[in-house]
Design a protein around this ligand. Sequence first.
Ligand code: GLU
Length: 281
Amino acid sequence: MITRFAPSPTGPLHLGHAYSAMLAHDLARATGGTFLLRIEDIDQSRARPRWEAQIYDDLLWLGLDWPEPVLRQSERIPVYEAALAKLDALGLTYRCACSRRDIAEAATAPQEGAPLMGPDGIVYPGTCKAAGLRDSSLPVRLHMDRALDLAGAFSFHESGHGFHTEIRPRPEDMLTGIGDVVLARREMGTSYHLSVTVDDAAQGVTHVVRGRDLAEATPIHVLLQTVLGLPVPVYHHHRLIRDAEGKRLAKRDDARAIALYRDQGARPEDIRRMVGLTPAQ
Ligand code: GLU
């Protein structure tokens, strides 16, 4: 089993991250497998060396270890561009000139009713789909309809609900509830969906262990794996660690940063107990 923890260095790690990383680590260790660390820093406007350094520091303190060198996504842009070129050659991409505001306005036009929200926000209303724009500085979107046609039937194993189940995303749900997602953002050459898909395959990840908040995006990743001819890992979407009021922890909740618990004298086993994990083996 090869698992991974793939944080974005845009803020301190909090208890939810610690849970995700330790669970991925424990699952790999229990089977004699490997736990990998990947730094998801494609958004250079938000990634900071300081947060990356803190990630290594916190994870080592928690008792985790991983093989070096750590894969950093910012160093792999040409690999993502190659995957994008492959999708383009399959006729699955188009350029989009819409701003967030254009999308919000088109999606809330009186005849459209309330905008549909997908994993990336408002489901793209398709304004540029048939425009044939060629400006290579523009973001790239996926022709969801064509990708679904090309993929045919596809599915993935989910092991995160306490039992194994085979999930078969329904094309009609993906068309209406997800739509033409962005594959390459402006000035980035890639997107979360594309780089996570390419890298899980490149690193031979067999089990993607991550929070349930990302479960909605998984059909996109499995669809991309299918059309790119990449292996489909097992997905283990784990429960989310919530604060005392039942709200999801976010990176801005610095009060729950691992570093702060450390400063207050907590030990790694205290963190394990707080997130409901058994002591390290
Ligand atoms: N980089 C993502 C995050 O920080 C996680 C990606 C994943 O696990 O698929 O939320």
